[in-house]
Design a protein around this ligand. Structure first.
Ligand SMILES: Nc1ncnc2c1ncn2[C@@H]1O[C@H](COP(=O)(O)OP(=O)(O)OP(=O)(O)O)[C@@H](O)[C@H]1O
Ligand SMILES: [Mg+2]
Length: 385
């Protein structure tokens, strides 16, 4: 990398512990700086900094670099003032530079948001709930099962409560606190108290569910009187976010204010990478799915423009696919694939295991971990990582 500091340079030779040199080299690359320039800035900052802790430099191998003329002479004079060797001074200067230049990667980890996947389609019965449950399980599966072992929160945002009952959990009673009451400011307790673990050895203690409540049937009416209603879901879920790596939202089959708040929740936040969060759209290989898709993307585009949001489409999942249905199925699949953006990230076959898992109130990946649908759920989770 060419140095941005112009002018002649003189060669300077000293010693530097190998481990410290390696750390500086990596950090310099992260900041796209040349090693010479790092040393230059480090020596200058050290000369005016408060005295630093002694660094162990015993057995340090030789190290040389190039500095503008005079810089090293000034530095050596300061070492003499401070009563430290030149080798010690250099090591302290580079430790100081490292402390002043934290790794951007570590900063990213510290401020990261849970990835949010919004499973949306106002068309009923296309697979939003199955996809939410299956993908959530795939994220939570432990490494001993080949999974990523992430902490997952599934949100049953559909008052029908299918996701909740699918896991054998009761829907919340109408007089109980609920996500909706947290969105509308009527809740009495903590939202975290409503979260239930979905236990199985495959998921350890990582998979969780926020159950549905029938009060969601009137959510649109309630939201219509609330200020900044698009952000209501985000405000309610914010206290839970730090406990999870992934939050998956099972949306209702409708296109109203509640859906706006779910789409808003999946928007790209200012410090998030493209595709870290967003909307996943399950569809079927049949003509009526195409009309529903146009309506949904229209609503997303309106929200994007009205509120100047960045909303990423994470992909289409063509669900319940059965090529034996002939030309309608194959040509519809081709039409979905031709859209290109959002891309088709998986085609999930129509098989009995999904319905059997629902009937047995077990997660699909527990009921039949090797079935084609379970394999597809892992593939989708991987594509959305
Ligand atoms: N790949 C599949 N193969 C077979 N059956 C499936 C598949 N995916 C989902 N199903 C079944 O189809 C039905 C509808 O699926 P699901 O409940 O996931 O759709 P949905 O979009 O959430 O519906 P709603 O709009 O009512 O919320 C369920 O009985 C489910 O078990
Ligand atoms: Mg559903």
């Amino acid at each position: 990398m060419a140095s941005p500091i112009p002018g002649d340079r003189e060669k300077v030779t000293s010693k530097l512990p190998g481990q410290l040199r390696a750390r500086v080299k990596v950090r310099a690359a992260e900041y796209r700086l040349d090693m010479q320039d790092v040393v230059f800035h480090a020596l200058q900052a050290w000369q005016t900094a408060v005295p630093r802790a002694t660094v162990d430099t015993s057995g340090a191998p030789p190290f040389s670099t190039w500095l503008p003329p005079g810089v090293y002479e000034d530095f050596k004079a300061r070492c003499i003032d401070r009563g430290v060797s030149y080798i010690q001074g250099l090591a302290q200067a580079l430790e100081l530079w490292l402390a002043d230049h934290p790794s951007p990667q570590e900063e990213h980890v510290a401020t990261i948001h849970p990835r949010r996947r919004i499973m949306a389609n106002q068309k009923g019965g296309v697979g939003k709930t199955s996809l939410t449950a299956g993908v959530g399980q795939a994220y939570a599966e432990g490494s001993e099962y080949g999974g990523p072992g992430q902490r997952v929160l599934l949100i049953d945002f559909d008052p029908q409560g299918h996701l909740t009952t699918q896991f054998g959990v009761d829907n919340l009673g109408l007089d109980s606190d609920s996500l909706v009451k947290h969105m509308t400011g009527e809740a009495k307790g903590d939202l975290a108290d409503l979260v239930v673990p979905i236990t199985d050895e495959r998921f350890g203690d990582r998979l969780h569910l926020l159950p549905a409540c029938a009060d969601g049937f009137v959510l649109d009416v309630k939201l219509s009187t609330i200020r900044a209603r698009e952000a209501a879901l985000e405000r309610a879920l914010e206290p839970l976010e730090s406990a999870f790596d992934v939050i998956v939202i099972d949306c209702p089959p409708s296109l109203g204010l509640a859906m706006d708040s779910a789409i808003y929740y999946g928007r790209r936040r200012p410090e998030e990478k493209t595709g870290a969060s967003g909307v996943v759209i399950p569809v079927q290989a049949e003509d009526s799915s195409a009309d529903a898709f146009t309506l949904l993307t229209g609503q997303i585009e309106d929200l994007r423009q009205d509120m100047r949001l960045e909303i990423d489409y994470l992909g289409l999942v063509v669900n319940m696919y059965d090529s034996r249905r002939g030309f309608i199925a194959t040509s519809s699949l081709q039409a979905w694939e031709e859209i290109g953006d959002p891309a088709v990230i998986a085609v999930v076959p129509d098989r009995k295991e999904q319905r059997e898992a629902v009937r047995s109130k077990q997660g699909l990946l527990v009921y039949d971990p090797k079935c084609a649908q379970a394999v597809a759920m892992r593939k989708i989770a991987g594509a959305l990582s």
